[in-house]
Design a protein around this ligand. Structure first.
Ligand SMILES: Cc1cc2nc3c(=O)[nH]c(=O)nc-3n(C[C@H](O)[C@H](O)[C@H](O)COP(=O)(O)O)c2cc1C
Length: 425
């Protein structure tokens, strides 16, 4: 059986599945139950000066019958006294010495504040620290969370202050509410972070009630922006992880977070460079026990591929992720409709006719006279839209075509043109 153990910058855990810092890691009772279910690690709900939370604080986007396609919250960091949390962290670590127990921290951007809290949490036996530079609401207005995390120099300086005092590995948790995630990832690396984790939540407003005109959620008739997470954010998170993984200036381990709901999502993050993953929304939706299927699924996947260790998977897809300018402009696929499985719903025809390249038409079978949908391959640009909207799995295939010429990317093309014009000059 494949070895699922990971070592993230010196923090060891029996599998790559950690709970992210959030409501599921609020108390010792919860984290201990999660560990009993099999979670390999947990990042405790962010510690700092305890705050007062609002009543009514979560909302979800239900999409087309799918509950919790996205999740929105205006919750802040822990509202429990620091000494209570520290006592429970100590007890939890004693009960589960083989699990990764990481303390998430958020304090004002002052050197002595960071030193003080680092010493307190390390004294109770945590395996590592995660600096929360990510929460987009509430704490940001107080100069913390994403207000810090959006400024590379503040990320670097605060990471450095933490490293001055820390004895355990330091993970910097990044906010996605920034134009270029690698700017703050590089800043964390420059500040001597041992790892980065991403993403925290994305600025969001879940909705507006059509009758009361209140925001969703609202607190006594008023709302403010929250943080978005859950399945809807996975592609954003995956891209940000991949951008960090392929940037040589980042070059520290990554803990992947954002919309991970099952073992397949986790494998995608591992392939794109994450050493381990963290989960929040899926656990809030379905409970701690989802980890059992995650462990089984990942084990079976690795065994079926003949991969001995989960660590052998990390980053394997990163070399396949590049700048657009490096993509081969002579590569071509075209759509092919499988008349055996096509149900003639016309979804592909409408999509292609109204919004793509008008290359699907009706044809007639000479013998039976039955009409069927057919792609005019010479006009198909291989955009994939027909296959995407098709409701029947396998009814439309995107088929690779013989290359129109030698592989040639935009960058290569521009370089060749420049060379020619030099010769001509
Ligand atoms: C209700 C709620 C509270 C959260 N609180 C924290 C927090 O205290 N500290 C933190 O670093 N992240 C917090 N997060 C963000 C999560 O740790 C995680 O980064 C985010 O939800 C993305 O993961 P997911 O898509 O699996 O939910 C919170 C998320 C939710 C939904």
């Amino acid at each position: 059986m494949a070895d699922l153990r990971i070592n993230l910058a010196g923090i060891k855990s029996p599998n790559p599945f950690w709970l992210a810092s959030a409501p599921p890691t609020n108390t010792g009772y919860q984290v201990q139950r999660a560990f009993e279910s099999g979670w390999g690690g947990a990042v405790w709900k962010t510690l700092g000066d305890p705050i007062i939370n609002t009543s009514s604080r979560f909302a979800a986007v239900h999409f087309n019958g799918h509950r919790v396609a996205g999740f929105n919250n205006i919750e802040l960091i822990t509202d429990r006294p620091l000494d209570v949390n520290l006592k429970e962290i100590y007890e939890t670590k004693k009960l589960f010495p083989d699990r990764a127990l990481v303390a998430s921290l958020m304090v004002e951007p002052k050197r002595e504040k960071w030193h003080e809290i680092v010493k307190k949490v390390e004294a109770v036996g945590v395996d590592g620290l995660e600096l929360n530079f990510g929460c987009p609401h509430g704490m940001a207005e107080r100069g913390m969370g994403s207000a810090s995390g959006q400024q590379p120099d503040l990320v670097e300086r605060q990471t450095y202050w933490v490293k001055e005092a820390a004895r355990t590995p330091v993970i910097v948790k990044l906010t996605p509410n920034i134009t270029d995630i690698t700017a703050t990832a590089i800043a964390a690396a420059r500040g001597c972070a041992d790892a980065i984790s991403l993403i925290n939540t994305i600025n969001s407003l879940a909705g507006v009630d059509l009758d009361s005109w209140n925001t969703i959620p609202h607190v006594a008739g008023k709302g403010s922006h929250g943080g978005y997470c859950g399945p809807a954010v996975k592609p954003i998170a995956l891209n940000m992880v991949a951008e960090c993984a392929r940037n040589a200036k980042v070059s520290i381990p990554i803990s992947g977070i954002g919309g991970i709901s099952d073992w397949k999502d986790a494998v995608e993050f591992l392939l794109m460079g994450a050493t381990g993953v963290q989960v929040c929304t899926a656990v809030m939706h379905h409970g701690f026990r989802i980890v059992e299927e995650m462990i089984d699924g990942l084990t079976n996947y690795l065994d079926s591929k003949g991969i001995e260790r989960v660590s052998d998977l990390v980053g394997r897809a990163v070399p396949r992720y590049t700048d657009w300018g490096n993509l081969d402009l002579n590569y071509a696929v075209t759509a092919r409709i499988n008349t055996e499985t096509c149900i003639n719903c016309n979804k592909c025809y409408i999509a292609c006719e109204d919004t793509a390249h008008q290359c699907i038409e009706r044809a007639q079978d000479e013998e039976s006279g039955a009409s069927y949908l057919k792609v005019r391959e010479e006009d198909c640009v291989g955009c994939n839209l027909c296959a995407i909207v098709c409701p029947v799995e396998g009814a439309i295939d995107m088929v690779e075509q013989p290359a129109a010429g030698v592989p040639m990317s935009w960058n290569e093309r521009q370089a060749a043109i420049a060379k020619l014009s030099m010769k001509g000059a």
